[in-house]
Design a protein around this ligand. Structure first.
Ligand SMILES: *[C@@H]1O[C@H](CO)[C@@H](O)[C@H](O)[C@H]1NC(C)=O
Length: 267
C-alpha cells in the first residue's frame, strides 16, 4: 500500500472516531493489561453476548480457558470472554470482574460479578466483554433482562475484583485427557483472590526439585518429560500478584486422564 492510501485510511479512521458515529468503531486497539491493582476505579468497556439469550454460554466446550461445566455452580453461567488485556493469552483465565451499565434505561447500574473463561478478539473497543446471555441480562433492573439482551451491544463499566467462592471451595486440578507419564497436562480452577495463575511448578515425590510447567493454553499447564514422571505429584501455584501456594501430593502416582483431583488449599 502506498503512503498516500495509508494517510487516506488513517484519515477515514480518525473521521469515524471523531464522528463517534452509530457504526461500530473500526479496529480499536486493545487497552493496557488489567492487573491486580484493585484500585476500585471503574473503566469503560463495551458488552456483547453470545450463546442463548438466557444461557450460560457454551456449557461444555470449555472455551479458550478449557474450563468446562461453566453453567454449574460456582460459575452458574456468570461468565465472560475477555479481549486481550483481560484474557492475557490465557493468564487471565479465572479472574473476576464487577460489571455494570447505566444506559439504556433497562440497566440497573448495580454491579454483578463475572468470571473470565474465554477470549474474544474482535476489536470493537479497548476493553470488550462478550458475556453469556445470563451475565449480560444480569446487568438489568429486575424483570428487564430480556429487554436489555435485545440491545445486543451496550456500553458498560468494569473493575477487577478479588474472586470469592462459596466457603469451603478449594482449588481443583483436572488432569487433562491424553495425560500419561511422559505428558502431564493439568487444568487449574476455582482459584480465589486474584483468580488467575501465572506459573505452575511440579515436584515428583522422590525429587527435591520443583520444575516449571509450561502454559499449554488457557488454564492448562503441562510438563513434557522424556523420562517417565513418577508421582505422587505436588503442584506449586503462583497467582498474578506473586503469592505462592503448594498442593502437596495432590495428584497420585496412579492418576488417570480426564479426572479431577481436589486439593485442600485455597488463596
Ligand atoms: C499483557 O499480558 C500478556 C499475557 O501475560 C503479555 O504477554 C503481554 O506482554 C502483556 N502486555 C503488557 C503491555 O504488559
Amino acid at each position: 500500500m502506498g503512503s498516500l492510501s495509508n494517510i487516506v485510511a488513517v484519515a477515514a479512521v480518525v473521521a469515524a472516531l471523531v464522528a463517534g458515529g452509530s457504526c461500530s468503531p473500526p479496529n480499536v486497539p486493545p487497552g493496557p493489561n488489567i492487573t491486580t491493582k484493585y484500585d476500585g476505579k471503574w473503566l469503560a468497556a463495551r458488552a456483547t453476548w453470545y450463546g442463548e439469550p438466557t444461557g450460560s454460554g457454551p456449557a461444555d466446550n470449555g472455551g479458550a480457558c478449557g474450563i468446562k461445566d461453566v453453567h454449574l455452580p460456582p460459575y452458574s453461567g456468570m461468565i465472560s470472554c475477555g479481549n486481550e488485556p483481560i484474557f492475557k493469552d490465557g493468564k487471565g483465565c479465572g479472574s473476576c470482574y464487577e460489571i455494570k451499565c447505566k444506559a439504556p434505561e433497562e440497566c440497573s447500574n448495580k454491579p454483578v460479578v463475572v468470571f473470565i473463561t474465554d477470549m474474544n478478539y474482535e476489536h470493537i473497543s479497548s476493553y470488550h466483554f462478550d458475556l453469556s446471555g445470563k451475565a449480560f441480562g444480569a446487568m438489568a433492573k429486575p424483570g428487564l433482562n430480556d429487554k436489555l439482551i435485545h440491545r445486543g451491544i451496550i456500553d458498560m463499566e468494569f473493575r477487577r475484583v478479588r474472586c470469592k467462592y462459596p466457603p469451603g471451595q478449594k482449588i481443583w486440578f483436572h488432569v487433562e485427557k491424553f495425560s500419561n507419564p511422559n505428558y502431564l497436562a493439568v487444568l487449574v480452577k476455582f482459584v480465589a483472590d486474584d483468580g488467575d495463575i501465572v506459573q505452575m511448578d511440579l515436584k515428583e515425590k522422590a525429587s527435591p526439585e520443583w520444575r516449571p510447567m509450561k502454559q499449554s493454553w488457557g488454564a492448562i499447564w503441562r510438563m513434557d518429560s522424556a523420562k517417565p514422571l513418577k508421582g505422587p505429584f505436588s503442584i506449586r501455584l503462583t497467582s498474578e500478584s506473586g503469592k505462592k501456594l503448594v498442593a502437596t501430593d495432590v495428584i497420585p502416582a496412579n492418576f488417570i486422564e480426564n479426572a479431577v483431583y481436589k486439593s485442600n488449599i485455597q488463596f
